[in-house]
Design a protein around this ligand. Structure first.
Ligand code: IPM
Ligand code: MN
Length: 366
């Protein structure tokens, strides 16, 4: 029997968010039955529709409400009728910042039977994790305009890198690498040859913190070369640590080599606070309401949430439930889906959720 009832804030959000979160909750309820877990789902209607109706992004006291939960399960934020930037900055980024979710953890793992555009590479080659700094860098909002709207306009967008922010992120990467216990290698991904202030700091901190981890191999790669190696030699990577902007960019490429946005998930982590788990693909407005979007990314976000909570609260039932979901996802990818792309799966959104839920609850031999 699990130790407690887990309080989960559910934020389905915009576009296909609600459809995929519905399947995710279905799967989490299925493992809850099997492993005697209890989840209390509290729904939050933040997103584009609420904003269009009320003008509110995060309502007053909203962040405080989120803090009362053990984790947050998010669908997608972004609405075609709202100017780009408003919802993203005022809901998604504000939540990441105010809850100090300082790591965005994004696994890039190719499951057996999943098609990858990388020729001659398989699941044994594509299995790494990106630790993206999640509260600073270009995302911190530093900068401004001068003479806006004139021919002499100046726009400055600053990358803010603090010693504390860089250090905690790098330390997280080393700790995670040790726990993961695979290739035991951390690669710092940056741009030390051009961005000589920010990456000087990152480089120094990486060396210093790295000394505390003699068991772990240290490597460095420029971000542009990293894009090349994701395609050419993905097997070189184990744990990557990088800043917010580079992490954003390379994880979209990472998602593609693991089979696409249909399966890519991530966690916004505050080890001391409340973490938030989400599919990384966005709200996909053109597929909204069609029952064709792939719910596996949201399901995998749920799986990450259970693993994280299990380790945080030392609750083995959650960790077991998480691996049951992973096995079910592997089976569905291997034995059922024709493709991971929306509309090409050979199954509806709901049918994929039903299959994963069934296999998660029954257990599968792979
Ligand atoms: C992501 C997204 C967000 C980001 C956007 C929607 C603000 O692209 O989670 O990767 O840039 O972090
Ligand atoms: Mn992104």
């Amino acid at each position: 029997m699990s130790q407690r009832t887990y309080q989960i804030a559910v934020m389905p959000g915009d576009g296909t968010g609600p459809e995929v979160i519905r399947e995710g909750v279905k799967v989490l309820e299925a493992v809850a039955r099997r492993f005697n877990l209890k989840f209390n789902w509290n729904y939050f209607d933040w997103g584009g529709d609420r904003y269009l109706k009320t003008g509110e992004t995060i309502p007053a006291g909203g962040i405080e409400e989120l803090k009362k939960h053990d984790a947050i399960y998010l669908g997608a934020i972004g609405h075609p009728d709202v100017k780009p930037g408003i919802l993203e900055k005022e809901i998604l980024l504000r939540t990441r910042f105010e809850l100090d979710q300082y790591v965005n953890l994004r696994p890039v793992k190719l499951y057996p039977g999943v098609w990858t555009p990388i020729k001659d590479k398989g699941p044994e080659d594509i299995d790494f994790v990106v630790v993206r700094e999640n509260t600073e860098g270009l995302y911190a909002g530093g900068g401004g305009f001068l003479r806006k709207g004139t021919p002499y306009e100046v726009a400055v967008q600053e990358s803010i890198n603090t010693r504390m922010g860089v250090e905690r992120c790098i330390r997280f990467a080393f700790e995670y690498c040790r726990k993961r216990n695979k290739k035991k290698k951390v690669t710092l991904v940056g741009k030390t040859n051009v961005l000589t202030f920010a990456w000087d700091l990152w480089w120094r901190v990486f060396q210093e913190v790295g000394e505390e981890y003699p068991d772990i191999e240290k490597d460095y790669a420029h971000v542009d070369a990293t894009c090349m190696w994701f395609v050419k030699n993905p097997e070189w990577f184990d744990v990557i640590v990088t800043d917010n902007m580079f992490g954003d960019i390379i994880t979209d490429l990472g998602a593609m080599i693991q089979g696409g946005m249909g399966i890519a998930a991530g966690g916004n982590i505050n080890p001391q606070g409340v973490s938030m788990f989400e599919p990384i693909g966005g709200s996909a407005p053109k597929y909204t309401g069609k029952n064709v979007i792939n719910p596996l990314a949201a399901i995998c976000a749920g799986m990450m949430m259970l693993e994280w909570l299990g380790e945080k609260f030392k609750d083995q039932a959650l960790v077991d439930a998480s691996s049951a979901i992973e096995k079910a996802v592997i089976k569905v990818c291997r034995d059922h889906l024709k493709s991971l792309s929306a509309g090409k799966m050979g199954y509806t959104t709901q049918e994929v959720g039903d299959l994963v839920a069934k296999y998660s609850e029954e257990g599968v031999d792979l």
